[in-house]
Write a protein that binds this ligand. Structure first.
Ligand SMILES: C[S@@+](CC[C@H](N)C(=O)[O-])C[C@H]1O[C@@H](n2cnc3c(N)ncnc32)[C@H](O)[C@@H]1O
Length: 422
């Protein structure tokens, strides 16, 4: 358990210092190579739950300490201990004993008594320190105050449900590749493998989360992992066989693959991140699909465009990812309110850039996985008002109202807008 705690504390510490959670896990596991796969899973569980409940853990720690702890490693270790005591089934005495030893391994032998006192004190006072006893949004709702306030202002009827959803474990949803099988046949394959499944749409199937290597037919391209909300993108773009399509921010290629599954298209997939572009290649190879891959800034077509206009463009723009906060529980703590304006400026530049390569009467689908208006309706409204040849196109019947999918049990949060060139 000692290594689990030290690794979890390192991951938590790095994340709170601004690192991306997946990178922090990679670094943590590299620094603790002796951890078994099962132990790594425990580290992940502690960190995921610890980040979802960070506001509560910090409030509790504040009450349990007489003076703040300055050593960041030690502080993270205390947060990990509190998370373990509340969200894991490990024996409390083992958690406390190992945390005391971990303090020594962090080079803080003088803090052994402090770690022991804080964690034991928590066990004595845990009923007075529970979530319901706190009033701050951070401790009670698990999100920063600015995030809660903004969501409340922008979505008064549903903000509480959205926050509650974003504190849940995310679902695992598959997209059935209709070029290789049918939903009925794939459901039968899952059932033969003893896997319970539920259909969420014409191609989306929800199963209990598991490693992709254990998803039947994954390696053969029969199914891909893709949230049900994300599966709307390819459908809303209204593609038809023979069209030339630009996937402007394509990596890792989830939506590129979907587009190629539903029609015979000439797809150009552009992404500015070469490592992520590589993942598109792997994904398409698995699906048996092909596209032209280009590493470039999509906002500057002069650098990559061959002069042939596109009939359809998907712009799945970089955004705050506030609609997928349950999959990335670090995001809520590392974003700042000022980030939204920065994302909106990049989104506007991307829209202006790719608009130049859209054919007249062609359609562009603007997409984000953000729940905030600043990156969604506001970006599209500003674009329409500065581009005289752009107008909003209606979605097909049955599409999400206003192009909005709010995070719920079965969907991540997405925003879509279809824009037509006159
Ligand atoms: C939301 S992700 C795209 C997800 C992808 N569409 C999918 O479904 O798998 C946004 C992507 O935009 C890329 N990106 C950010 N700025 C870009 C730019 N100026 N030009 C091209 N790609 C960019 C990022 O590298 C990232 O891969």
């Amino acid at each position: 358990m000692l290594d689990i705690q030290l690794c979890a504390a390192a991951v938590l510490g790095d994340t709170l210092a601004g690192a991306n959670l997946s990178t922090a896990f990679e670094d943590g596991f590299r620094r603790h190579p002796a951890l078994s796969p099962g132990e790594r899973a425990v580290v992940r569980e502690i960190c995921y739950e610890g980040l979802r409940s960070l506001g509560l853990l910090e409030a509790q720690l504040g009450k349990l300490l007489l003076t703040p702890v300055r050593h960041t490693g030690l502080r993270s270790l205390l947060l990990v201990g509190l998370a373990q005591l509340q969200f894991t089934r490990a024996k409390p005495y083992a958690i406390v004993d190992h945390a005391v030893q971990a303090a020594e391994r962090l080079g803080q032998p003088a803090a052994r008594g402090l770690v022991n006192a804080v964690l034991r004190n928590f066990l004595r006072r845990r009923h007075d320190l529970g979530r319901d006893t706190w009033q701050t949004p951070e401790a009670r709702l698990g999100f920063p105050a600015w995030w809660v306030q903004k969501l409340r202002d922008q979505h008064p009827a549903g903000w509480e449900a959205v926050l509650a959803t974003e504190n849940q474990h995310p679902p695992m949803t598959l997209r059935v590749n209709r070029r290789r099988t049918t939903v009925e046949n794939y459901l039968e394959m899952l059932s033969q493998g003893g896997i319970e499944a539920r259909c969420l749409g014409d191609m989306a199937v929800r199963i209990d989360p598991r490693p992709v290597a254990e998803v039947p037919g994954f390696a053969d391209g029969l199914a891909s992992v893709q949230d049900a909300g994300a599966q709307w993108a390819a459908r809303l773009l209204e593609v038809a066989d023979g069209q030339r399509v630009l996937d402007a921010c394509a990596a890792p290629g989830g939506k590129t693959g979907h587009l190629l599954e539903i029609a015979d298209l000439d797809v150009v997939a552009v992404d500015s991140d070469s490592a992520r572009l590589h993942r598109i290649r792997e994904n398409l190879l698995r699906l048996g699909a092909s596209a032209t891959l280009t590493c470039a800034d999509a906002a500057v077509p002069a650098a990559w465009w061959d002069g042939r206009p596109f009939q359809r463009i998907l712009l799945d723009a970089p955004c705050s990812a506030s609609g997928v906060a349950r999959r990335h529980p670090d995001i809520r703590w590392n974003r700042r309110p000022s980030d939204l304006a920065k994302f909106a400026a990049r989104q506007a530049a991307l829209l202006d850039g790719v608009w130049q390569v859209l054919e007249s009467s062609g359609k562009l689908l603007y997409a984000t996985c953000s729940v905030f208006r600043e990156e969604n309706e506001a970006v599209v409204e500003a674009f329409i008002s500065r581009q005289p040849d752009a107008r909003i196109a209606h979605f097909q019947p049955g599409a999400p109202e206003g192009g909005r999918i709010w995070p719920d049990d079965d969907h991540d949060g997405f925003f879509y807008a279809l824009i037509e060139k006159r």
